[in-house]
Structures are given as C-alpha cells and as structure tokens.
Design a binder for this molecule. Structure first.
Ligand code: HEM
Length: 499
C-alpha cells in the first residue's frame, strides 16, 4: 500500500515536472524570440565555470545578430538585449520599471543584502540618493595625497624588484586598488603595496580566488537568488564581515572623538559617518550594518574592476610602443606644469589622448560586461514582444563593444575611436563600460581617477615591453570561473626604467 502511494506520488511529481519543463522550453519559441534550446537543468547557463561570461555574451551577440535573445537562467526565462535603442529604454527612459537588479544576496548576510549594488527598492533609492554626493569631482580631488602616496609606493615596489619580468601585474595593480579604496572607504592605512600583512587585502584576495563553494554562491546570487537563503550563500565569509564591522566601528569612534560632528568629508569613510550621523539626527533609522555594507561594496566593487582595467591597459600598451610614447609625452607635459612634479587629478582628467586610451581599454576589456535589471511590471519591448513582470534583463554591453556595426575591427586596439572628432559618431548606448542611467556605476569617477593615476605613474617611469613567451593581447586566457571579464592567467611585462 505504502509502496503504491510512493510510486503514485513519484509519477505525479515527474508528470508535473514534465509539463512544467515543456512550458519552460517553449517559452521563447511561443513568443517568436530567437534562442538556443535550453539545457533541462541549467537552462542557458551551461557555459558557467567553462567559459568566461563576457566571452559568452560576445559570442551570443555575434551568433544571433538580433536586437534581443531569449535565454534561461536555470528554468527562468531571461532576455539578453543587444540593441542600443532598447538598452536606452531599459536603462534610462523607462527606468522606473527597471530600478531593481535581478541578482540578490541572502538576508542572513548583512553586507551582501544591504549594499547598494544588490539592494532593491525602496532601500536602493534611499541609499543611492545619499551616496551620490560623495562621489562628485570636487570631493574626489581630496584623494590627491592618497593617490600620490600609493602610486609612488607602487613605482617603488617595481624599482625594488630585481627581476622585473617576475612581477605579476594583476597582483601589483590589485594591491594598489585595494590600498587606495580600502584606505579611502575604511579610513585605515592598508599595506598591501608595501607587502605587509594586511587583513583588508586578505579579503580582496579571497575575492579573487575561486573554489566550488564560491562558484555555487555567486552563480546562485546572480542567476538563482531563491537558493541563496536556502543554502545560506553569502557575498563574503562571516569572518570578513566581522572584520569590516570592527574596523569601521573603531575608525568611526576615533573620528567622532576628534570632532563632534564631521564637517566637510575628507574621504569616503568621513562621508559615510556623516550620513549615519544625519540619519540618527533625523530618526531615519539607517543601521550601522547598512553603512558598513556600503564601505564594503566600494572596496569589493572597485578593487578588481579597476585592477583588471589597469592590468589590461599595461598589457596592451606593452604591445603598442607608439601609443605608449604618445601618452608618455602627454603625461610629461602635465607633470612639467606642476612645480612639484605632481600629476594633478584634474589635469590627468583633461589629457585627451591618455583618456582615449583608457576608454578603448574599457571598450575591449569591460570588466562588468553586462547590466542586470528586472522588469517590475509587464513591459513592451517592441511591437513583437511584451515581457512579463519578473523577467530578468541582461543588457549586453560587452557584446555591443565587440559588434562590428558599432566598433569596426573590434579586436583591434584603437584609441583613435575616442578622439573628439570620432567619438561623436559613436552610437549612443553602444559604449557602456560603467552602465548608464540612474543605476550606473556610482564609483565611475573614483575608478577613472585611480586608474589614471596608477597608469600615468608607471608610464612616466617605465617603458613596458612584452615578454617573448607572453600571449598576444587577443590570446590572453580569460578567467573561466568568473562572472567578470578578468585575465585567467598571470600576465607579465618587462619594465625598462626611463632614466
Ligand atoms: C574601472 C573601474 C570600474 C568599472 C569598469 C565599473 C563598472 C561598473 C558597472 C558596469 C556597474 C553596473 C552599472 C549598471 O548596472 O548600470 C557598476 C556598478 C557599481 N559600481 Fe562600479 N566600476 C568600476 C569601479 C568602481 C569603483 C572604484 C567603485 C567604488 C568606489 C564602484 C562601485 C560600484 C557600485 C557601488 C555599483 C552599484 C551601483 C548601484 O547599483 O547603484 N565601481 N560598476
């Protein structure tokens, strides 16, 4: 009797699964949306852990060449957008319907779920409004001393390394970005560049290493958020969360005892303390966890994106001696304008050719190559397609960066695309390295400033050359386990001192 019941239950479950799967499988075909057949378990995610996500997105755009593609995040239908016009609608024009991201981190992990990157409405608007003012150009100019110190330490480290061809450039640059952002966001002197034992760097290093658990956590945060709470996946290990909270509390107490109310903020941590004080005064109930989560996401959202951009910049430049020489001359002019030989943040921002080079780096190597959103209500994409509320949207930024129609010869590194006379011909919403619209990268200026500073210091001091056995830029392996467009192999160049 019990056995028959069990068999009947199993048949019912299998029948239900079969009906459900048939519906899932037909989803995009029924709507006339181009797609590849989904895998019964992973949907379209069979590339995970086998191919870099950015590379997969480039291939998808090149394979279909259509304004959108239907995919499945496991069994959930999602839409990849390859069209700049639809991207504009989602990111800007109809933003109120796309304020939220699909990805989400579990409620058991305060840093994971309260930070501005993963937070959704209504928390997101309230945090974003407060944080926007701390990233203005004038406030970021206060970082001049920190950037000078860290960039000089970085050059010193290159000088002190006897065999300069042994320097792992991504490690060097992520030491620099961890120091710069860690110091600015948490207010403690970090020592990654100086090679000291540095807990902040331990956290960012753990972020760069992949294992099965981390792969599962991240895949589920990005593509199957319902599992995050069930398996208690987290953005960060608890030890890292506790460490961030402790550091923030100590620094916050120190600064508060120095002045009863923070005046004009000098760095990100000052600005965060000020936001907390104002919230307490007005009884707005912003918790300490929420504030610490923002400091943590600045570090985690910024160190590897900026570090990878620097790595690809230097590696590409090693193969481009003429471009290198041109930016060297431009940078020397800037340096000579300052009586102390300082590379001023604002002057580096005005260096036309240097900035074309960095724009081209972020076209070819967009660390975060796709923009994640979710439709709150049903939404008409065009005359042929209306998507249902809850459909995840993936704006294929990197796919457009490699689209011949928008960037001819996309594999070629050509900063001239961004010269003022050419840049005006780039179709809007085809170049999206920092995203677009109200939910774009809040740290865009910070990232640009710190990348410019580090690269300028290296180029002023060294000529970089490729090593005989190094891969060509277009042959560099990409990290297969990562959702981000980062190198999957150590990269080296030769640093030849200029004087
Ligand atoms: C070259 C460096 C960087 C690149 C390429 C980059 C790229 C991006 C992209 C593509 C997004 C998604 C935007 C969207 O969905 O429209 C993003 C979001 C974000 N980035 Fe960056 N980023 C960089 C540096 C930084 C830095 C230095 C910080 C912090 C100091 C930072 C903090 C954030 C945060 C907090 C978000 C989430 C914003 C929100 O959801 O409101 N990023 N970034």
């Amino acid at each position: 009797m019990f056995g028959s019941l069990l068999i009947a239950a199993a048949v019912c479950v299998l029948g239900w699964l079969y009906v459900r799967w048939s519906r899932v499988r037909q989803y995009w075909a029924k709507r006339g949306v181009p797609h590849l057949p989904p895998n019964p378990l992973l949907g379209s995610l069979t590339f995970l852990q086998r191919q870099n996500t950015g590379k997969w997105l480039i291939n998808m755009n090149q394979h279909f060449k259509t304004p959108y593609i239907g995919v499945w995040w496991f069994w959930r239908p999602a839409l990849i957008i390859n069209s700049p016009d639809i991207a504009r609608n989602v990111l800007v024009k109809d933003f109120p319907n796309f304020k939220d991201r699909f990805l989400s981190s579990g409620s058991s992990d305060p840093i994971g779920h309260l930070n501005i990157f993963t937070a959704n409405e209504p928390l997101w608007s309230s945090i974003r409004r407060r944080l926007t003012s701390i990233f203005t150009a004038s406030k970021l100019r206060a970082l001049q001393n920190l950037l000078d110190t860290k960039a000089n330490q970085m050059v010193q480290r290159i000088k002190n390394t006897e065999d300069k061809t042994s320097i792992r450039i991504r490690m060097l640059f992520t030491d620099y970005t961890s120091d710069v952002i860690g110091t600015a966001a948490f207010g403690v002197e970090t020592k990654a560049l100086a090679g000291g034992e540095c807990p902040m760097r331990k956290v960012t290093k753990s972020f760069m290493t992949f294992n099965l658990w981390r792969g599962l956590s991240w895949s589920s945060i990005f593509f199957f958020p319902e599992l995050v709470n069930i398996f208690r996946f987290s953005f960060l290990p608890k030890t890292a969360t506790d460490y961030f909270t402790k550091v923030f509390r100590v620094v916050s107490d120190q600064r508060k005892s120095q002045k009863s109310r923070i005046g004009e903020p000098k760095d990100l941590v000052d600005a965060l303390i000020k936001i907390k004080q104002e919230s307490d005064l007005n009884n707005e109930g912003l918790t300490e966890d929420t504030i610490v989560a923002q400091a943590a996401i600045f570090l985690l959202g910024g160190f590897d994106t900026s570090g990878a951009a620097l790595t690809f910049s230097l590696y590409e430049l090693a193969f481009q001696p003429d471009i290198q020489e041109k930016i060297y001359r431009e940078l020397m002019e800037i340096q000579e304008q300052n009586e102390n030989g300082i590379l001023e943040i604002s002057k580096l921002g005005e260096a036309v050719y240097f900035n074309c080079v960095l724009k081209e780096v972020l076209r070819k190597y967009s660390t975060m190559g796709w923009l994640d959103r979710i439709a709150v209500k049903d939404y008409k994409i065009d005359d042929n397609l209306t998507i249902e509320a809850g459909t995840p949207i993936c704006v294929n930024a990197i796919g457009m960066h490699y689209d011949e129609n928008y960037f001819p010869n996309p594999l070629e590194f050509d900063p001239d695309r961004f010269l003022p006379e050419n840049e005006k011909n780039i179709k809007p919403f085809t170049y999206l390295p920092f995203g677009e619209g109200p939910r774009n990268c809040i740290g865009k200026r910070f990232g640009q400033i710190s990348v410019r500073h580090a690269l300028a210091h290296v180029i002023i001091n060294y000529i970089v050359e490729p090593l005989a056995n190094g891969p060509k830029p277009n042959e560099v392996e990409l990290e297969k386990h990562s959702l981000f467009y980062v190198p999957g192999q150590d990269l080296y160049v030769n640093f030849i001192p200029r004087n």
